[in-house]
Design a protein. Structure first.
Length: 390
């Protein structure tokens, strides 16, 4: 008998993923379609990657057009599409310089190098408790979660953590020996936790005193997901460095880090590089994403429909207080904190043709494509309500 696709997967790959038992054949808009033509409403969009959904015609057109020119150039050359995307990013972030990568974790690695080069190896870099910044060694050194770090020690020196929203811990640890603080303004993998205004205000005061860098990890929260350009846009703060990926490439591998003018002259030729980062085809897709999200009204859609989604979830929380503890999030980055494990909900919703994600053991995380309609949101809400009644 021919082995199933899951059996083949076990034979062929390192066992690093808990694979979802669906054999996807194609995808359209906000739906994944399996080999039997069953349609599934996808509410985590490749983990916040497919901001414009699947098979978006403008992305397909831009990618095909670029492929007819060239699909790859060494970064010894500069291409027009790289310039166009960099100009867009700098315009919308108000940063000074950009560097393109293949992924978020690579962008974090490059940012660590930039900080070390500017401030020296002895100054401390901090991240926040329960954070997630990636799985390569520098990024993993910043990722303060034992489930990801265990067994991979030792990590980079002079990296430490600050308690999430713990203002006293922040004041006790930040001093003249601080190089940078990395922040997810909404923690994704950590359970959709929003940083507090008090914490940010204290961080700003300390930066003014000690002149360290604030790094906004916008890998998951950026590019309109919260209903604003970036997660930090809801706060009165200007980061020194912004890290982007996931949605940036419209489904293709693309990340970036951008910095203010104080970092303009830190890197010299040869200090950092990448073979595939800033690939022209990926940049063509990225230009479509930024244009659609930032310039063609998609952020307003996210804001309106995100408020609707969260308000309806809060109504469900009132109806089922024995099952739902709290609703958190902004825009289309939403966490439903349960009073019981979340994975059974993932399986049961999949049986109802709705795909959701569970993080931090008991938080249902919703990261739908930014194009999702109110009707699709209502389909999800109806099925969740039916499941909660059981």
């Amino acid at each position: 008998m021919e082995p199933s696709f899951l059996e083949k997967e076990k034979q062929l790959f390192f066992h690093t993923y808990n694979r979802i038992p669906l054999e996807i054949s194609r995808a359209e808009g906000v739906h994944l379609i399996d080999k039997n033509d069953n349609r599934y409403l996808d509410l985590f969009s490749g983990l916040a990657v497919n901001a414009l959904g699947y098979s978006h015609p403008k992305i397909i057109s831009a990618v095909m057009q670029q492929m007819t020119k060239f699909s790859h150039l060494s970064n010894g050359y500069i291409s027009d599409i790289q310039l166009e995307l960099a100009e867009l990013l700098i315009s919308h972030t108000r940063m000074s310089k950009a560097f393109f990568t293949n992924s978020g974790t690579e962008a974090i690695e490059g940012t660590i190098k930039l900080i070390r080069k500017k401030f020296g190896p002895d100054k401390k870099i901090y991240s926040l408790d329960n954070s997630f910044h990636g799985r390569t060694y520098g990024a993993l050194s910043l990722t303060n979660r034992a489930k990801y770090q265990k067994g991979f020690e030792p990590f980079l020196p002079n990296i430490d953590k600050i308690g999430f929203n713990n203002v006293e811990d922040l004041k006790n640890k930040i001093d003249s020996n601080t190089a940078a603080v990395f922040i997810e303004f909404i923690q994704g993998e950590g359970g959709v936790n929003i940083v507090s205004n008090d914490f940010i205000e204290e961080l700003k005061k300390l930066r003014k005193k000690y002149e360290f860098a604030i790094v906004a990890d916008e890998i998951q929260t950026g590019i309109g997901r919260t209903g604003k350009k970036f997660g930090f846009s809801d706060f009165d703060i200007s980061p020194d460095i912004i890290v982007l990926a996931k949605a940036l490439g419209g489904g293709l591998p693309l990340g970036a880090f951008l910095a203010t003018s104080k970092f303009d002259d830190i890197f010299k030729a040869g200090n950092h590089g990448t073979t595939f980062g800033g690939n022209p085809v990926c940049c063509a897709a990225g230009k479509v994403v930024l244009t659609e999200v930032f310039e063609n009204g998609l952020m307003e859609h996210v804001k309106i429909e995100g408020e609707y989604l969260i308000s309806q979830l809060n109504e469900l929380a009132k109806l089922f207080p024995e099952k739902i503890s709290k609703i958190r999030g902004k825009g289309f980055m939403v966490g439903i904190e349960l009073l019981e494990p979340g994975m059974p909900y993932v399986s049961k919703m999949r049986e109802r043709r709705v795909l959701i994600n569970c993080t931090n053991s008991n938080v249902i995380r919703l990261l739908p494509p930014l194009i999702i309609s109110k009707n699709d949101i209502d389909f999800f809400l109806f099925n969740l309500h039916e499941l909660l009644k059981v």
